[in-house]
Design a protein around this ligand. Sequence first.
Ligand code: F6P
Length: 420
Amino acid sequence: MRKNVIVGQSGGPTAAINSSLAGVYRTAIDRGAKKVFGMIYGVQGLLEERYIDLSDHIKTELDIELLKRTPAAFLGSCRFKLPEIFEDKSVYEKIFEVLDKLEIEAFIYIGGNDSMDTIKKLSDYAIVTGHPTRFIGCPKTIDNDLALTDHTPGFGSAAKYIGTSMKEIIRDSFCLEYSKGLVTIVEIMGRNAGWLTGAVALSKGEDCEGPDLIYLPEIPFDMKAFCARIKDLLEEKNSVVVAVSEGIKLDNGEYVCSLGSTTDFVDAFGHKQLSGTAAFLANYVAGEFGCKTRAIELSTLQRSASHAASRVDILEAYQVGGAAVKAADEGDTGKMVVLQRLSDDPYQCGTEVKDVHKIANDEKLVPRKWVNKEGTYVTNDFVSYVKPLIQGDVSPVMVDGIPRHLYQPEELRTRRKTKK
Ligand code: F6P
């Protein structure tokens, strides 16, 4: 590389997103980049010229190791939708003015399907205007819903946390007896894709029977059938554990969480805030059966649990960061790095780059054949697909009994709001 690199993080964070940042930084330096800048709050911050020089924050090998183990987006993230070029050219002119000022050769964006929309638009603009900066997407999302990649960094660690927590919840739910039984409903993120919710099946093994029911968002949720299953299960056992995706919908397309909540928050990409599914169903079940219920929303715990990260995931996240820089250095633009599984046993995976136009704004869902006929559990094939991704651990750097993270940049610590 002869000039500089800029990297941003976008969308919902994961336990592995900073490992990709570390991979970008290290590879850019190794390939000769003079400076590696980090956008503060993604393109939204870049538009206000908010960026840092990463070498002010990553000074030693230990810093790299800490960064890999630090949850949440180190640089700050955003959910910012760029206008179409014909709608507002001035936004693009501003971004490219900043890129020129910083002498940026490669622009790397670590994000999910919405963030790949940014790479698509910026690379298109550069091609149309003959601008030399190259734009490469680096995959990231706990949702695992990116097209053309076997899986996404961030998913494996979240799946490991979810499988582990589910196992612990099931153990807890059996240790007290309630006269009319206990129904525990666990709500898991993933929006319209059930990859994460299905990961609860990882809890099943010799020492744990796993959850009783698993409801993915890909399959319409039938309240009547659900209640009938709960009734039967309560006749058989004292504790029933159900996993539901935050995004389960009724046959008419209405989110189950909307039945119980009045929150209408919608983000820049038109995604409704999904929360309250477990609470709604737990209340409903309590009303129907008079039993004790408990609603558990794993919420941000499942994407920030770096203390329980998967080693495979953290290493792959680092690898895709490096591959993104390499692709830009070799002349690619308008591409995203993808993971290609070469074999399951032993697990082997490599990287390639694919056209971002075929990835942006798309959603890869759980195939119907990986869910049972009744739509209440995932199959063994689903579990075999996920298992290699949760292997190995990354020991946290413990200080006073608590994991140590890389010190957050001042620009984020002050929690200043980005001006609108
Ligand atoms: O896109 C990743 C994700 O974690 C989804 O699973 C979830 O629906 C969403 O982000 C939550 O976003 P926010 O933190 O903006 O509410």
